[in-house]
Design a protein around this ligand. Structure first.
Ligand SMILES: CC(C)(COP(=O)(O)OP(=O)(O)OC[C@H]1O[C@@H](n2cnc3c(N)ncnc32)[C@H](O)[C@@H]1OP(=O)(O)O)[C@@H](O)C(=O)NCCC(=O)NCCS
Length: 138
């Protein structure tokens, strides 16, 4: 089950984020994020996604699935639902940034039809490039 996260879910969002990323985002940071215009978090028991829609463009801000729950389709379900939500809110394109070294996420986004539209050289702390990916929603 995927639900719309609210302020009450910020601790869980931070826990799930910490299981997936070295640079953890605090519960307070999620509280601030959820209070920002156009931001929506979709939460499942073992993962979540945050998407921001502004006018006709949307961006996936983060996506995480707990390690024990991976390769069971949750990441795909969350990203698909985020695309649906963004489309319903008027977005024509969905964007995201992903590390060139993140093979799992790149494979997931490729499977969903995202294509590379740009690259930021040595964008991440580990020296990896950021790939800018985009998906048409219409
Ligand atoms: C990326 C991530 C969200 C994927 O979540 P997931 O629930 O395991 O993904 P799914 O099970 O829905 O996988 C969907 C498809 O993506 C691809 N994929 C996912 N993980 C993969 C991996 N480790 N290796 C290769 N392909 C992979 C496959 O094509 C997969 O389909 P299949 O299982 O039928 O082969 C998860 O690995 C994660 O949380 N990683 C750490 C955080 C992160 O990198 N977030 C994205 C930042 S942009």
């Amino acid at each position: 089950m995927i639900i719309d996260a609210t302020g009450r879910d910020c601790v869980r969002l931070a826990e799930l984020h910490a299981l997936a990323f070295a640079d953890c985002w605090s519960a307070e940071a999620f509280g601030d994020l959820l209070g920002s215009p156009g931001v929506q978090a979709l939460l499942a028991p073992d993962g979540f996604i945050v998407v921001r829609t502004v006018a006709d463009e949307a961006e996936i801000l983060t996506l995480a699935v707990a390690p024990a729950a991976r390769r069971a389709g949750l990441g795909r379900a969350l990203a698909s639902k985020a695309a649906e939500v963004a489309r319903e809110q008027g977005a024509a394109r969905l964007y995201l940034e992903v590390s060139a070294k993140n093979a799992a996420a790149r494979a997931l986004y490729a499977a969903l039809g995202f294509t590379e539209i740009g690259r930021r050289a040595r964008y991440y702390a580990d020296g990896a490039d950021a790939l800018v990916l985009s998906l048409g929603l219409s």
